[in-house]
Design a protein around this ligand. Structure first.
Ligand code: BGC
Length: 362
């Protein structure tokens, strides 16, 4: 055997299994061998335990979103991760066995003024990268490497529930910005409406309740786990907006329905704040009296803002929020766990799904 062949064989042997897809090409998702993570990717070697599936993964798989790392056709999927440290430098503040959650987004290389101060979620030039989404491999592989400044350690008592940290960080950012925007004047919000009772909506409701607000959830489901989960967390559930007979101080919009954005805007009290966290398939059209929308915004000091991604501060708030939550309720959010070899089942939507998770390691 030649030396070169041996080296190639060794490299092959050091491959790990990963769920990959060629972005913008439908039908390319497959469990493939991907190279063993290299030192340049980070000093912390992590065993991938669980990865949640969300609408963004579905969009990438459907060929509508995502970018592979430069020079490669395939992108390793997965960004809602929970892992266990296999190896870390001796002076690091994480060590072997710690449960960790890696950040999705990396600051842009320039960096822009926001990325320069750790607010990569507010990147201004769009040159950020995201694991499993934009130009960086994701966490749906047996092992990965990350740098010490790209992860948070979670409360070990959370165990597998740590897989909910990334979606919780998304709503922690929404609430952070709601508070910052609301505080432009006297701000004592009492009531919030969350639209959408998927995992993001339910977690947004949980954070609202933890902040002492009366929370209403609107979702079209009339049965299945969503109405029950909404009530169990302490929210009032509505399957039709007409059932909500009060105005609210905050709306956290998690459905991505443009029509609902404008319908719920009218439910805000003066000075109310609306966080837009949802995305939906585009293409729907409607007729809207834009001058009336403008008038409502102006005359009532309303604010609506978009919110994407999260930075370290939000992951930390989210860790505390999950640690304070009722574990039994959090467990019920994960309605299906599928082993990596049976990944196809995870992508088959079932009517009672809330959060579907792929188990990568044990
Ligand atoms: C992820 C975010 C990401 C966004 C846009 C979401 O699914 O949770 O972290 O920034 O997609 O790519």
């Amino acid at each position: 055997m030649t030396e070169r062949r041996e080296a190639a064989d060794e490299k092959e042997a050091r491959a790990v299994k990963g769920l990959t897809a060629i972005p913008h090409r439908v039908g390319t998702v497959a469990l493939t061998d991907v190279p063993e993570p290299s030192q340049e990717e980070g000093v912390v070697l992590v065993e991938s335990l669980m990865v949640g599936i969300c609408g963004t993964d579905e969009e990438i798989i459907a060929g509508k979103y995502g970018w592979a790392p430069p020079g490669r056709p395939r992108l390793v999927l997965g960004h809602e991760a929970l892992g266990r440290v296999i190896d870390a430098p001796p002076d690091a503040d994480v060590s072997q066995g710690d449960l960790v959650v890696p950040f999705v987004r990396h600051p842009d290389p320039e960096p822009c003024p926001n990325c320069a101060v750790g607010e990569w979620d507010m990147c201004r030039n769009g040159r950020y990268t995201e694991h499993g989404i934009k130009e960086r491999d994701g966490f749906l592989q047996e092992r990965y490497r990350v740098d010490l400044d790209r992860l948070v350690r979670i409360d070990p008592s959370l165990g597998e529930l740590g897989v909910l940290l990334e979606p919780t960080s998304i709503v922690a950012k929404c609430w952070d910005h709601v508070t910052r925007i609301g505080s432009r004047a006297r701000w004592h919000p009492r009531r919030a409406l969350v639209t959408g009772a998927g995992p993001v909506g339910l977690l947004a409701a949980m954070l609202g309740i933890q902040r002492g607000l009366e929370v209403h959830i609107l979702d079209r489901h009339t049965d299945g786990p969503k109405p029950t989960l909404a009530r169990e967390v302490g929210a009032t559930y509505h399957s039709d907006l007409s059932q909500l007979d009060t105005k609210v101080d905050v709306v956290v919009e998690c459905t991505g329905s443009g029509a609902l954005v404008f319908e719920t805007l009218r439910r805000l009290h003066p000075n109310g704040v609306m966080a837009l966290a949802g995305l939906a398939a585009s293409g729907r059209t409607t007729t809207l009296e834009l001058d009336a929308v403008n008038k409502a915004l102006v005359l009532e000091n309303l604010a609506a803002f978009g919110s994407v991604n999260a930075n370290r501060r939000h992951y930390e708030t989210a860790t505390a929020a999950l640690a304070a939550a009722e574990r039994g309720w959090l467990r019920k959010l994960i309605t299906r766990t599928v082993p990596l070899e049976r990944w196809e089942e995870a992508l088959d939507e079932a009517p009672d799904d809330v959060k579907v998770v792929i188990r990568v390691g044990s």
